[in-house]
Write a protein that binds this ligand. Structure first.
Ligand code: DGL
Length: 271
């Protein structure tokens, strides 16, 4: 039994897709979320910069003495998981491996589409994880640099003409390749799930990397005897590195509850 909190971080709003699932699966756990809204988007940055940002994000979460940290960001998971794991003693979970496991289990045609940020696609991390599970899987990768800024600006609802056009342009090659499974390789993308599903068609399985990771985290903490064991609802705390208003508004919308009072600003450059 371990009542320490679980730290969760992303460049902005996207990691909430993992947090929401963590909260659903483990309502009694304390969750501390950090969204690096002052430096979002991460996806076009170099590996060196991403490692520097990720180290600061983890250093901030470490001030809460977490029992585990979830990298609720495809970009950081794909580029810095090894570094963060080597530097810390508590378990650090990235989103790549569990998403690859789920995609490999779901695909029938073994044609798997992958969308993500430029840094995630460049890393080849999802391809490596899929190849290790099933070398016959063909991966069709597509970087989608405009999607994170659209989501961060609240442009994720079906019917948004700009978002629908951008999504269609990115997904055309994957649709033409007739993938039967599509990995939403960035945690921001499940906010675009309806737009993506409607373009790809109902027969294509979408893999939500944050949700897949949350499943794995819940199982793994249980196996390692790290669950808190209580029954009272856990505390949720949210921190961002820029002004809290926009984040609080969009996060409340996405989480379906008003979290305005639970959001605070932090100077991440101090860590
Ligand atoms: N949610 C992050 C990811 O999963 C977004 C990266 C970005 O900020 O560009 O990759």
């Amino acid at each position: 039994m371990d009542s320490r909190p679980i730290g969760v971080f992303d460049s902005g709003l996207g990691g909430l897709t993992a947090l929401r699932e963590l909260a659903r699966l483990m309502p009694e756990e304390d969750l501390i979320y950090f969204g690096d809204t002052g430096r979002v988007p991460y996806g076009g940055r170099s590996r060196e910069t991403l490692i520097q940002y990720a180290r600061q994000d983890v250093a901030f979460l470490k001030t809460f003495q977490p029992k585990a940290v979830v990298i609720a960001c495809g970009t950081v998971s794909a580029t810095a998981l090894d570094v963060l794991t080597a530097e810390n003693t508590f378990p650090i979970y990235g989103v790549v491996e569990s998403a690859a496991r789920l995609a490999a289990a779901r695909t029938q045609s073994r044609k798997v589409g992958l969308i993500g940020t430029r840094a995630s696609i460049r890393s080849g991390a999802y391809e490596r994880a899929l190849a290790a599970l099933d070398p016959a899987i063909q991966v069709y990768p597509q970087a989608c640099p405009l999607l994170v800024p659209l989501v961060e600006n609240g442009r994720f609802r079906p019917g948004d003409a700009v978002t629908e056009q951008v999504v269609a342009e990115y997904l055309t090659p994957l649709k033409e390749a007739a993938v039967d499974t599509l990995i939403l390789g960035c945690t921001h993308y499940p906010l675009l799930r309806d737009v993506v599903q409607s373009y790809m068609g109902p027969e294509v399985t979408l893999v939500d990397v944050g949700a897949a990771c949350a499943d794995w985290v819940a199982t793994s903490l249980e196996e390692h005897g790290l669950r808190c064991g209580g029954t009272a609802p856990g505390r949720r705390q949210y921190y961002v590195s820029d002004s809290t208003e926009d984040f609080a508004y969009l996060a409340s919308l996405f989480l379906g509850q008003d979290i305005t009072d639970g959001v605070a600003q932090v100077d991440i450059t101090r860590y």
